[in-house]
Write a protein that binds this ligand. Structure first.
Ligand SMILES: NC(=O)c1ccc[n+]([C@@H]2O[C@H](COP(=O)([O-])OP(=O)(O)OC[C@H]3O[C@@H](n4cnc5c(N)ncnc54)[C@H](OP(=O)(O)O)[C@@H]3O)[C@@H](O)[C@H]2O)c1
Length: 330
């Protein structure tokens, strides 16, 4: 079949292009080529979606399956305008962050979405949910029952540009005998999915013309179990030092993402109780299969080692911040 990946040069969209190639499909991939290279075997279309609708003129013919990962609502709208009439099935990659509330454990796909935001910077975390909501709305309006919406939780795996999950592997490898700062929150859970599992299921679903919206994640797992599993794979021998939220905040440590963050750590209290407790039964019933965490951790470990353990990161505690937090405790 003929597949179009809008993206295809990094992480999830690259994995999408790769699984489609592996299944013997003809794959066209449209991107600037800035985030990475095009997979060998794809037909690359080098274009910048900021140029506007003109970029889609380079795409000829019909596509059996289209995959779009954009959060920029203008990109989504223009791609739909140009291509919806030529697409058999369309997959839009949204996010579990699209929901209006994150405090309700085990909510399914019928939970209310955020108020759509028509336009804005896709890199602004405050707008992300509303932009994804608007992008979903645009897709529904243009495609009706040819649309499959994926709402992943945290996507992890080798090559993750957000540097979140990989922080833990890099930290354990960098200093394998020293005490490591972890959040002191026994109730903390995470729900993650390997980008390659997400890509495989997305392709499988498109081949089967699955429609509607699905939360797509692995099982909700205690954060400490996840960290222990990564530590184990990395041969980490040091001690976990659980640090209470107020102490971390006092030292400028942020939740979840960004510089001097503890990745995968969410604010305590009820506001995020449902964030990593999403109902994924719909996707499981439709064949979602996720690999063992240790397998992902092993591949991430190799990737982190290859990219450099001391490189500048987009997420994670800087060594000096971690030392400061630890010495404040003693
Ligand atoms: N990471 C998570 O934990 C998480 C969680 C939930 C949902 N999601 C969603 O999952 C998806 C992740 O997608 P991804 O891994 O493929 O990462 P991404 O950063 O969203 O990938 C963007 C792709 O689009 C291309 N692109 C970016 N700007 C472009 C432009 N101006 N013109 C043409 N192409 C452009 C990039 O290639 P070039 O730079 O080479 O052009 C790249 O191939 C996103 O939809 C994200 O919102 C992620």
């Amino acid at each position: 079949m003929r597949v179009l990946v809008l993206g295809g040069t990094t992480f999830l969209s690259a994995a999408l292009a790769q699984v489609a190639l592996d299944k013997g499909h003809e794959v066209v991939s449209l991107a600037r080529g800035e985030s990475g290279g095009f997979a060998l075997g794809t037909t690359p279309v080098v274009a910048d979606r900021r140029w506007g609708p003109v970029v889609y003129r380079a795409l000829e013919g019909n596509f059996d399956m289209v995959f779009d990962v954009a959060t920029h609502t203008g990109f989504v709208a223009e791609a739909l305008e140009a291509l919806a009439g030529r697409a058999g099935h369309w997959t839009y990659v949204s996010s579990c962050s699209v929901y209006d509330r994150q405090d309700e454990p085990w909510a399914d796909e019928s939970a209310p979405l955020s108020e759509p935001v028509r336009d804005g910077d896709p890199d602004d975390p405050a707008l992300y949910s509303g932009l994804k909501s608007r992008a979903e709305e645009l897709c529904r309006e243009a495609l009706g029952d040819r649309l499959h919406i994926l709402r992943p939780g945290l996507v992890v795996g080798p090559g993750d540009p957000s540097d979140r999950f990989g922080y833990w592997a890099a930290r354990f490898l960098r200093d394998p005998d020293s005490p490591v700062v972890v959040p002191d929150d026994e109730d903390a859970v995470v729900q993650i999915i390997d980008d390659r599992d997400l890509a495989s299921w997305a392709l499988h679903s498109a081949e089967a013309a699955l429609t509607g919206a699905h939360n797509v994640s692995g099982p909700s797992t205690p954060l400490v179990e996840v960290l222990e599993s990564v530590a184990d794979v990395c041969g980490f021998d040091g001690e976990f030092v659980p640090v209470p939220e107020p102490v971390l905040l006092q030292h400028g440590v942020s939740h979840w993402m960004g510089e001097d963050s503890l990745p995968l750590w969410l604010p305590g209290g009820p506001a995020y109780e449902g964030f990593a407790r999403r109902d994924i039964s719909g996707a499981l019933d439709a064949g979602l299969d996720v690999r063992r965490l240790a397998e992902t951790a092993r591949d991430v470990l190799d990737d982190e080692a290859a990219r450099g353990l001391w490189r500048e990161r987009r997420a994670g505690l800087r060594p000096e911040t971690e030392r400061r937090v630890l010495s404040a405790l003693s």
